[in-house]
Design a protein around this ligand. Structure first.
Ligand SMILES: N[C@@H]1[C@@H](O)[C@H](O)[C@@H](COP(=O)(O)O)O[C@@H]1O
Length: 310
């Protein structure tokens, strides 16, 4: 797991946008080989969606051959309800970029057979080639998508009844009325997210500090489903300084050093190849200290991961 720390939420979001647009552009999606992107809702990704729209308008990225899968949706809320995740996504992202409507996938919380809907969603992800990059946010209790504390780390897309705390937290979107928050949702599982070839999480603000501390510095636990990313070969948590308030100074220093070394490696790589422009973070010498892999074997592992991605 990599941790990227930026001073403010805005700068952290810009980092994510730069990262995603570079990944899409380097991938070079086509009709036959689209880039499959997992997407979240919530307030945390709003800056990201705004900047992705800007990047699209400035001609820096196109979503023409991008296929999206959203993380979750409430059960029983009409899609046109202002707080449905369908509405959220169209209002904040889909309606402003060149995504093809048939490439947009969001769980149908009004499907006649909800279990079949969840199964079909998993099958569609596989049929699309698997998710290349899953972008996510995190709840104050460390949940990803609607995988609340206690969710199975092996879970897949399923129906979930929402706990009191979750409904209380989300009542801010329903005029503060907890009874207006649906009691159930459909959500991708922890394992569905883990199956993505890369996972990028944005976490900003002091309210997320405890979740980030647990996920990064503590053990893997179903009480903080974000912590499962410790097992992911290519995951990154991008935070602002406020979200690091509960972390050890030593940990932040470690991750900043890892990033510095990666940047130096990238610069050297760019100089050697004469290329310019943004480069996605690669394995660093420091990463290799975590296991018995040599930089060479890590480099070849990166190459094989790249092959798998394409
Ligand atoms: N299902 C969503 C999650 O995907 C999101 O990460 C979380 C945090 O939202 P926010 O970014 O508004 O704090 O809220 C909901 O529970």
């Amino acid at each position: 797991m990599r941790l990227i720390v930026r001073q403010t939420a805005e700068v952290a979001s810009r980092y994510v946008v730069q990262y995603i647009t570079t990944r899409i552009n380097e991938f070079g999606p086509t009709q036959e080989k689209p880039f499959v992107l997992g997407l979240p809702t919530g307030s945390s990704p709003l800056n990201i969606y705004r900047s992705l729209i800007e990047a699209f308008r400035d001609g820096k990225v196109t979503f023409r051959h991008v296929v999206t899968f959203n993380m979750d949706e409430y059960v029983g809320l009409p899609p046109e309800h202002p707080e449905s995740y369908h509405s959220f996504m169209h209002k904040n992202f889909f309606d402003h970029v060149d995504l093809q409507p048939e490439n947009i996938n969001i769980l149908d919380g009004n499907a006649p057979d909800l279990a079949a809907e969840c199964l079909a969603y998993e099958e569609k992800i596989i049929a699309s080639g698997g998710i290349e990059l899953f972008l996510g946010g995190v709840g104050v209790d460390g949940h990803i998508a609607f995988n609340e504390p206690g969710s199975s780390l092996a879970s897949r897309t399923r129906i979930k009844s929402l706990a009191y705390e979750m409904r209380l937290a989300n009542s801010r979107f329903f005029g503060g009325e907890i009874d207006a928050v649906p009691r159930m949702a459909l959500t991708v599982g922890v394992q569905t997210i883990m199956d993505a070839r890369e996972v990028v999480i944005i976490a900003t603000g002091p309210a997320k500090a405890s979740a980030v501390h647990q996920a990064v510095e503590s053990g893997i636990s179903h009480w903080c489903t974000l912590s499962c990313l410790q097992l992911h070969p290519r995951s990154m948590v991008v935070v602002d300084e406020d979200a690091t308030l509960e972390m050890r100074v030593k940990t932040i220093k470690y991750y900043k050093e890892v990033e510095q070394i990666a940047e130096q490696g990238n610069e050297a790589e760019q100089k050697a190849s004469g290329s310019i422009g943004p480069v996605t973070p690669r394995t660093t010498a420091r990463d290799c200290e975590d296991g018995d892999l040599t930089p060479d074997s890590m480099a070849s592992r990166n190459d094989s991961l790249t092959e798998l991605r394409h």
